[in-house]
Design a protein around this ligand. Structure first.
Ligand code: GBH
Length: 469
């Protein structure tokens, strides 16, 4: 049912689990600053302690072993390694922490997949303009080279940036993620642009300097829903669904996998809207110049974060002001046949993953694909016997199998999100995505496996060797 060397994994991100926000010389990140402002996060919560994985890594490792995964996806805290964001000062205690994590994983026969950036920019770099500043690309490249140099002898799967779409839009347009900017219709395009430039620089560094010895693979993780026309016979709805895909996945995938530039439909829509609102100046969607690193071809595999699907029709803009929603002109319509069980945005649509995988195969030249995130959340009443999440994983993994066998998609791995309950960004600890429950009221932050964790471990045991046992 699954290839013999299929990667079965679970994922986490540094700020969501580590805590130790000031421990042993770590510098502050934009999420530290964001959470410490009132009114940003549910219940004024923060990741100061989170799952305290900085001190309790061994407990995480026990969970990882209990699942029997072949891979574990983690992210590095840039500010833990380089407190002011630059290689002028290296925090050796941070290096030791990640060295131990990586060595322990390998000793247990688990391969690390390491993300360099999962939303937590060093605050010092934010103070210099953050992702809006073109110079960030060089700084990110230096950080990436430092990580390849330090950990690349043992890490063979790298993600440069997690979800540039989320960083750009939620962080700089909606303001619900750090750094909390609401510069609608402009900043997100600039941020996305600089993230692509940063990613490309790091990929080129790896490709020319580190790949010959280290022989690993580098990509960036792109999140996307699957978008369907509200009425599949209506041309306007079909076009709206295509626009939504272009503005979410295409924004980053087109430059990297297809043309080296943004999808045409995106630029056309943005520029038409600028003209309509008499916005003066250059296109709000920047252009790549000959001084920029080549963007096309800078991914060794396709890394997809998939959670949900949407039905869409034209609309949903913000009136006579600039904003991405109006540029995109695609409004989401709730489909009552798609149940919403946890967070409001997560309609349960396992088949959407299969459709999206087929779309990726056809559109992006049949790449190797890793599903780097997929998961299901609980809110409210805690259930250790989380049957809905069990069904979700079973159904979704079946759809992955169909994508491989019936659609010929080259899926190389699947990572459940998340290993354990953690700090769920603006939702704080009110939303639980874990395969392990974490008791945040317990000083020891005890981890306990959910039924879904047990079920996932059974699925892995069954398929790990290739044929179902
Ligand atoms: C992932 O993003 C993140 O990579 C991960 O860190 C996180 O824990 C996980 O999601 C679960 O949330 O609040 O209505 O504006 C997934 C893509 C895009 C999903 C933004 C939630 C917010 C919708 N996310 N979306 S809303």
């Amino acid at each position: 049912m699954f290839p013999r060397d299929f990667a079965w994994g679970a994922g986490t991100a540094a700020y969501q689990i580590e805590g130790g926000w000031q421990a042993d010389g770590k510098g502050p990140s934009i999420w530290d600053a964001f959470c410490h402002e009132n009114g940003r996060v549910f219940g004024e919560q923060n990741g100061d302690v989170a799952c305290n994985s900085y001190e309790l890594w061994e407990k995480d490792l026990e969970c990882i072993q209990r699942l029997g995964v072949t891979h574990y996806r983690l992210s590095l805290s840039w500010a833990r390694l380089l407190p002011d964001g630059t290689t002028r000062h290296v925090n050796q205690t941070g290096v030791q922490y990640y060295n131990k994590v990586i060595d322990d994983l390998l000793a247990c026969d688990v391969s690390p997949m390491v993300t360099l950036y999962h939303f937590d920019l060093p605050q010092t770099l934010q103070d210099q303009g953050g992702w809006k500043s073109p110079g960030i690309a060089t700084l990110f490249d230096s950080y990436a080279k430092f990580c390849f140099q330090t950990f690349g002898d043992r890490v063979k799967l790298w993600i440069t940036i997690n979800e540039p779409h989320v960083c750009a839009k939620l962080g700089h347009e909606d303001g619900i993620h750090a750094p909390g900017l609401k510069e609608k219709g402009t900043a997100a395009y600039l941020v996305g642009h600089n993230m692509l430039r940063a990613h490309a620089m790091a990929w080129h560094s790896y490709n020319s300097v580190y790949r010959p010895q280290q022989k690993g693979a580098v990509s960036l993780a792109l999140n996307s829903d699957w978008f369907e026309p509200s009425d599949q016979h209506c041309n306007e709805d079909i076009a709206a669904a295509e626009r939504d895909l272009a503005f979410t996945l295409g924004w980053f995938a087109w430059p990297v996998f297809v043309t080296g530039d943004y999808p045409e439909v995106m630029r056309t829509a943005i520029d038409a809207r600028s003209a309509k609102l008499r916005y003066n100046g250059a296109s709000r969607l920047p252009s790549f110049s000959s001084d920029d690193p080549a963007i096309l071809g800078t991914a060794d595999f396709f890394a997809l974060n998939y959670y949900t699907s949407r039905k869409v029709k034209p609309g949903g803009g913000c009136g006579e002001t600039l904003c991405i929603k109006s540029d995109r002109d695609a409004e989401e319509v709730l489909d009552s046949s798609w149940p919403i069980c946890g967070v409001s945005w997560l309609a349960v649509v396992p088949y959407g993953l299969r459709k999206l995988l087929k779309y990726i195969k056809d559109t992006f030249n049949n790449p190797e694909v890793y599903i780097t995130e997929n998961g299901f959340s609980q809110v409210g009443q805690l259930q250790m016997e989380d049957v809905q999440r069990c069904e979700f994983y079973k159904d979704t993994i079946m759809e992955v199998a169909k994508a491989i066998h019936q659609d010929g998609v080259n899926v190389r791995g699947y990572f459940a999100w998340s290993l354990m309950d953690n700090f769920e960004w603006a939702d704080g600890f009110s939303v639980r995505f874990g395969l392990f429950h974490v008791d945040f009221s317990d000083a020891k932050l005890r981890r306990t496996i959910y039924r879904s964790g047990r079920e996932y471990s059974k699925i892995i045991a069954k398929y790990k060797s290739g044929q179902p046992k």
